[in-house]
Design a protein around this ligand. Structure first.
Ligand SMILES: [Zn+2]
Length: 125
């Protein structure tokens, strides 16, 4: 990969990392706040009143799910940045071939080429 491309991906990943970190911090605050307010015990008691609590709990669960997804995403971004540092970025981690640039532009944190990704999704990797 050309150095200019690598630098561009590095910049993209760093910006994305910053954005996701901030979004994650915001959601962690919401989750922590919800924990402080209800606590686990009262949370259980509230399940007797699902009609009243339903939307709050749904909101809470959605937030946790979102935070988990973002957390994994952040991890993938950090791994990609690490690969840029050690010079393996842009190579498929399964077959070792270069990942196509358009694919990297769309998914800069990807670690598999499209063929291996399809195999992985089909459970063949
Ligand atoms: Zn591959």
């Amino acid at each position: 990969m050309r150095k200019t491309d690598l630098q561009r991906f590095r910049k993209m990943l760093l910006e994305e990392k910053e954005r996701v970190s901030q979004s994650l911090a915001k959601h962690e605050k919401i989750i922590k706040h919800a924990d402080d307010e209800s606590g686990l015990e009262t949370g259980k008691a509230h399940s007797n009143h699902m009609a009243d609590q339903g939307s709050d709990e749904f909101q809470y669960e959605t937030t946790i799910k979102f935070a988990n997804t973002e957390g994994r995403y952040l991890y993938n971004i950090e791994e990609a940045l690490r690969r840029i540092e050690d010079g393996t970025y842009g190579k498929c981690q399964a077959c070792g071939k270069n990942i196509a640039l358009p694919r990297l532009r769309r998914l800069p944190y990807t670690r598999l080429c499209i063929e291996c990704k399809e195999k992985e999704e089909a459970g063949k990797l």
